[in-house]
Every structure is written in C-alpha cells, then in structure tokens.
Design a protein around this ligand. Structure first.
Ligand code: PEP
Length: 706
C-alpha cells in the first residue's frame, strides 16, 4: 500500500515538476511576451489602466521565476510540505482562471506555455484539472516525495535556481528571447508563412451587420442585408467563427500606408534584395536611447539601396513625435500592434529581410554597429542568416545550470553518505558502549539490590520522656504481642527512658524486638551524679542507644566532641549506636543541609574504624520535621540519604556504605511510611510520637510488608 502511495506521489510530483519547469522556463525567456499576455488578461477584466507596464513586466518575470523554481523544488523534493501546498494553491487559481477562459472565451490562448505550445482553452482547462488532481495527491502525502538533496544543502539549489532563471529572464529582456518559438523566427519567409495549402479546410465565418433606422437597431446577415433599402444606416459589424479551418502560422501580417491607404504588404515582402524593418509596436513607449545607431543603419541602407521602413501600430502623432526627437527620415507604415509584438520582442527592434525572408533580428540594445556595416550586406556577416545556435544554447544552459546543480546534488549525496557512514559507526560504537554499560549497570544494580536486601531494615521507636514505668511496660508488652502474632519484615527496636530499660527487657522477646536507651553518659563511670553510663545501659539487657538526637544537642548542649566520646563508650560497651544528624529549617532554606550533616558526621562518627562502623546505624532527622507534623518529602529524604551514603562511601568505601543502614526520622507515620521506605536509600525510620501507640507503631513496621 505504501509502495503504491509512494509511486503515485512521485509520479504526480514528476509530472508537476516537469510541467512547471518547462512552462516557467519558456515564459521566463520571453518576458515581454509574458507581459503582453498579462496585459491581455488585465484588459479582459478591464484592469489594464490600473497596472502600469513596468508592473506588468515585473509580474511576468516574477511569475515565471516562481513557476520555474517551484518546478525545481518539486523535482528535488525541497521543502516538500510547503512546495506541495504552494503548488496546490497555484493550480487551484490556474484551474479557476482557465475554467473562466473556457466558459467566457475572453482570450484565445491562455499563454501557459508561452509561444512554445499553444492549447485551446478547453485543452488548457483539462490539462489544469489533471495537474490540480496531481497537486492534491502531493499535498495529501508530501513526505512520500523522495529527496535528492539533503536539507542542509537545499538552500544552495534554491538560490542558484532563482539566480539562474532571473538571469535568463533579464538576458532575454535586454537582448531577445534565448529561444524564439514564434512564427517570425529567423529563416521564416513571411509570405510563405501566410500561405494556405491547396485543399486545406477553410474557416467558415458568420458576419453580422448592425444597422439603424429611425432609432431602431437591427442585426442582418450577409443573406438578408438590406442592400436595396437605403433607409437602414450601417453602424457596426462583427464576425464569428462557425468552423475553424486551417490557420497558417502567419495570418495577420499586413503593412498599410496610413496616408494613402495603400496596402504595401506585398510590395515590401516581395522586394528584391535586403529590407530593414524597424519594428516599434507602441512608438510612444519605444526606447529612443539608440536612435543614433538606428539612423546609422538607415543611412547605410540608403547608401546601398536597401529598403528601410518603420512599422508601428501607433498614430501619426506618435510618429511625428518620434521624428522630432530622433530626426528619423525613414517612412513609417502601419501594422497591427499584436503582430508587431509577435515579430520581435523589442520596442523598437530591427528585422532584416531578404526577399521577404527574415535573415536577422536585433533588439535595440544590440543593433549592428557602424564599423560592422562597412560593405554591402551580401559581403558581410550582418547580411547572412546566422547559423542555428539552438544546440549551443541548450549546451550552455546545461553547462551553466544543469551541471552545477547535478554536481551539487552528487557532492551532497556523497557528503550525506559519508556522514551517514560516520554516524552509523558512531551509533554502533555508542550502542556497544551502551550495551556494555547496561551490562555493567545491570551487574551493579543486581549488586546494589543484593546489598540493599542484605542491609538491615529497621524501625526504631523513640519514646523520649513519655510513659511511666507501668505504662511503658504495658506498651512494650503490647508491641511484643502484636509482633509475635505477625512477624515483622524488619528489625524492630524500642528506645525507652533509662528507668524502663530493665523492666521492659523482661517483657520483650529479644528475637522480635530490640531494646535501646535514648542516651548514655560521656564518662565511663564515677562521680557524675544523675548520669547513666553505657555499661549500665548494656547491663539492663539493652543492645542499642540513640546518640546525637537534635533535642539533646539543642537542650543539653551536646557538642560533636561530647557525642564522639559517647559513641566511643557505647561501642566499647557493645551497644549499637543509632546516630542522629539533621539540619534546622534556616539551614535548609540556606541550602546548607549537606554541609551541616557532613559536619555532624565528621565531628562524631567518621573517626571510627571500619570495624567499629559496623555497629553504627545512621538516622537523618531534619529538625524542622521532628514532632512538627511536617515530613520531608520522600524525594527530599531520598536525596539526603543518598548523599549521606555517598559521604560514607568516600570515608569507608562503597561496600561499607552499601551495608550501612540509614533511617529517616521526622513525623513518620503509618500513612507516609510506605512511600518513604520505597526509596532505595531509606532503610527504615526512627519514630517519635507514632511509637507511643502500639497500633501506630505496628502500622509503620508493616510498611515494610507493602
Ligand atoms: C524523633 O524524635 O526522633 C522523631 C522522629 O520524632 P517524631 O516522629 O515525633 O517527629
């Protein structure tokens, strides 16, 4: 299906491209001809008075350049979407115009292909319907057009095409059209061009005469014309073709002497020897800058006995004005303006006839120079028909436009291909690296996963200064019972005030619930009234101690140094330390959290040996989240815990870091625990308020089951 679509789109694109290139080119190389056609259209819609000649000429040059360039864009598939849309719009307008031509017939030839190919209005309309359909197909699937040039270099082709077609237009305008498709080309005998071959079909006309009598107008045909009734006064006549017969290539050439009314066509076209015709369809607008050269040719013609006639469609007044400004002495005769415009695309232009055959033509910019006219025409180049240079011109166009374009396309293809090869190599290399990395990271991931699975998951309660001894024992019992009923998926620890430790130790199943103190002294033993040493804690049956809690740092002035000593003693007495760290709200707002946490760890625990480190559990507790109901988001917590793990890795190596349990603490509840614990670096929680109710605490412990 896609193949069919691709074939159809590319066939439509080729049809449109070649048509546009051809029609744009033949019009571009005949800018004056295109201007005359535009003038005809403007006249048909009665707008010619509003559009000056120069604007018509610019429109002619511009339109043909657009058409040609659009054709090249389609051919090379440059800006496929835009070019397709513009083509569709162009064809929609053209089809509408030619429908109007077909229906109303205001202009005989649409001018689509300049003078190169002439179509009837109906043929043009049908041609446009086909092209419109093709442009609909193109617009529907523009990206099916196969590119010939990469996007990077297509602008070069675009600007080069515009430069080429405008140059071709301007050269044709300054000189004469590069190719002459008109019946008055060099080598054409005008009289012969007017001959109708014997037996050729005659055109049948219907002539209508309009006469008036007593204010009444009536139409007559040749058959009922009132020849005998002189009271009918002839007013007007018009002719209509009933049946088109053979029309010779030249059918409208005549020369009349306006003064005498004599038809001079025959005498001039059969004149022996050479005749110069100065053709100026509209003498009022003829370029008079080269009149000196014209006069010189006239003098030369006079000296050598050659004819020299001016032909124009303008009035006597215009002729007189021309004589006044140029001093012209040659006679002027009248010929139809359209015919003169067809004879030569220059106003004025010079045509040389030899016995009625066109020998040469010159734009007023290229008139024969005096030094060339140094002998009779029969002896010099000017009097000879120039050799047909059609092929030379075609080769020149190929060399100047087609070759560079083809070279550009070839270079672009090679460049694209080498780029593609390089990219492919690069891609293959990247793919290989990626596969290696993937394999590595897979291995790393598996390792981390294993480590994480190996790492202890812990939920530790911190009762703080809550519960009497009896209440505490009852709570411990309740927790113990609920965990007995349903085994936890993590280590569970409850940290109680000192006075509870010994009693609570009695009611806990140590295989289910660990016991810890909330503090211990920074002294080993001795006269420290009110203090409880690490050894004493250990002696109650406790296995853990919380150290570095923010409340102790804040209310009891525990410095990094004091905590360092407490940690040392706790470890020395066989306790596991849950070491807390965390920043205040101001510190977080100042984005100093990492710095603060690192300083706390540096100051109290990073002095430990790797062996001692095995008994350390870290707890990150942002102070602004403790007991405030404000939890750090799971992302904030994960980010900090990952950071803590990274600095542990810097200190003790990746492996130790991967084995270190790091907890989050701060308004952790059964409702937010699952999300927090789902983060890869959060290994559990240190729970304050929510550890004082067995059900709440159990809810958090159960988060590890989800
Ligand atoms: C704590 O004090 O360690 C703590 C995390 O408290 P809370 O859970 O009440 O915020």
């Amino acid at each position: 299906m896609n193949k069919t679509k691709s074939i159809s789109v590319n066939a439509c694109r080729a049809l449109l491209a070649l048509t546009f290139i051809f029609s744009g080119f033949v019009k571009a190389i005949d800018p004056l001809g295109s201007q005359y056609k535009i003038a005809e259209y403007l006249e048909a819609v009665q707008l010619s008075a509003y559009v000056p000649d120069w604007a018509q000429l610019m429109l002619a040059v511009g339109l043909s350049a657009v058409e040609f360039t659009l054709g090249v864009l389609l051919l090379l598939a440059i800006r496929r979407r835009l070019a397709s849309k513009v083509t569709l719009a162009f064809m929609a307008v053209m089809t509408a115009v030619t429908l109007w031509l077909t229906v109303s017939d205001p202009i005989q030839d649409c001018g689509c292909f300049g003078d190169a190919i002439r179509l009837t209005n109906t043929q043009t309309f049908l041609k446009n319907v086909v092209l419109l359909s093709a442009s609909i197909v193109l617009t529907r699937w523009p990206l099916y057009q196969v590119r010939f040039i990469s996007k990077t270099n297509q602008w070069i082709a675009f600007y080069f095409t515009i430069a080429f077609i405008l140059t071709a237009s301007l050269l044709s305008l300054y000189h004469l059209p590069i190719f002459d498709f008109r019946p008055y080309h060099i080598g054409q005998n005008i009289k012969k061009g007017m001959e109708i071959p014997k037996g050729a079909k005659q055109t049948v006309y219907k002539t209508t005469f309009i006469c008036e009598k007593n204010g009444v107008t009536k139409e007559f045909t040749e058959d009922n014309y009132p020849y005998d009734d002189s009271t009918w006064v002839f007013k007007d006549t018009h002719q209509e073709i009933l049946e088109q017969g053979y029309e010779p290539p030249i059918h409208d050439f005549s020369i009349t002497d306006q003064q005498t009314g004599d038809d001079l066509t025959d005498s001039i076209l059969t004149r022996d020897g050479y005749t110069f015709l100065l053709i100026a369809p509209v003498l009022e607008r003829a370029d008079d800058s080269n009149f000196g050269e014209i006069d010189a040719v006239y003098e030369y013609a006079k000296e050598n006995g050659y004819g020299f006639y001016g032909l124009t469609a303008s009035t006597d007044k215009a002729v007189k004005h021309w004589r006044d400004i140029t001093g012209a002495e040659y006679p002027f005769y009248t010929t139809d303006g359209t015919t003169l415009k067809t004879v030569i695309r220059s106003n004025p232009g010079l045509v040389l006839l030899y016995k009625g055959t066109i020998i040469n033509k010159w734009s007023h910019n290229d008139l024969p120079q005096q030094d060339e006219l140094n002998a009779p025409l029969s002896l010099i180049e000017t009097g000879r028909e120039p050799e047909d240079r059609t092929w030379t011109k075609i080769v020149l166009i190929i060399v100047c436009y087609v070759f560079p374009l083809a070279f550009l396309i070839a270079a672009d293809r090679i460049w694209s291909w080498t780029r593609w090869v390089r990219k492919r190599e690069e891609w293959l290399r990247q793919k290989e690296d990626w596969l290696k990395q993937k394999e590595q990271s897979n291995r790393l991931y598996q390792l981390l996963k294993r480590k994480r699975q190996m790492r202890k998951k812990i939920v530790a309660g911190n009762w703080k200064m809550n519960e009497t001894l009896q209440e505490g024992v009852a709570l411990a019992k309740e927790i113990n019972e609920s965990l007995k009923a349903e085994k936890p998926n993590c280590d569970v620890v409850i940290c109680t005030p000192f006075i509870h430790l010994a009693s609570v130790a009695q009611v806990l199943d140590s295989s289910l619930v660990g016991l810890g103190a909330e503090n211990c002294a920074d002294k080993e033993k001795g006269a420290y009234t009110g203090e409880v040493s690490a050894a004493m804690v250990k002696s109650t049956g406790a296995q853990y101690v919380i150290l570095g809690h923010s409340e102790r740092r804040q209310y009891y002035g525990e410095t990094a140094e004091i905590l360092k000593e407490k940690v040392r003693l706790a470890l020395a007495n066989g306790l596991k330390v849950i070491f807390c760290c965390g920043e205040t709200l101001e510190e977080r707002e100042a984005e100093k959290q990492n710095e603060v946490v690192k300083a706390e760890l540096d100051g109290s625990v990073f002095n430990l040996t790797a062996e001692e480190w095995k008994s350390i559990i870290l707890a990150y507790e942002p102070i602004w989240a403790i007991g405030t109901g404000k939890t750090a988001t799971s992302d904030q917590a994960q980010e900090m815990l990952a950071y803590i793990r990274s600095i542990v890795a810097e200190k003790y190596g990746k492996e130790v870091a991967e084995e270190t349990s790091i907890l989050y603490g701060g308004s952790c509840k059964a409702s937010n625990a699952p999300e927090l614990f789902a983060k890869p670096d959060i290994d559990g929680g240190l729970i304050g308020g929510a550890s004082l109710k067995a059900a709440d605490f159990k809810g958090i412990i159960d988060a590890w089951k989800k």
